[in-house]
Ligand binder design. Structure first.
Ligand SMILES: [Zn+2]
Length: 109
């Protein structure tokens, strides 16, 4: 399948990401404590999965709209250069731009 390109803006490191990182670490610690108790292994496993989105937010990323089907809830973490659409599995090349730069209308391809 052919690659399509989306342009996304890099996010600055904000307070929301710091809070997410703390929640992620806290949730992961709680999961580890549950693992230690043996009977808490299953809820611990659930908790560690729960903490993953917080780490993803802390890492930063961007939402983008799929150029193929228009699905706009795709999420890509910072630095990842390729992804696929969660709905149509379109392969997508991610083009990261700095936050201060504005998207220009007439960029030659
Ligand atoms: Zn799509």
């Amino acid at each position: 399948m052919e690659y399509k390109t989306v342009t996304v803006e890099k996010k600055r490191f904000g307070i929301a990401r710091i809070i997410s990182l703390f929640i992620g670490i806290f949730t992961m610690l709680a999961a580890v404590l549950l693992f230690i108790t043996i009977i808490g292994i299953l809820p611990g496993l659930g908790l560690s999965f729960l903490s993953l989105p917080f780490f993803a937010v802390a890492l930063g990323g961007a939402r983008y709209e799929c150029p193929n089907c228009g699905f706009n809830k795709n999420f890509v973490t910072t630095g990842k250069v390729n992804d696929s659409c969660r709905r149509c599995k379109q392969n997508i090349a991610v083009d990261w731009i700095q936050p201060h730069k504005k998207k220009r209308a007439n960029v030659p391809h």
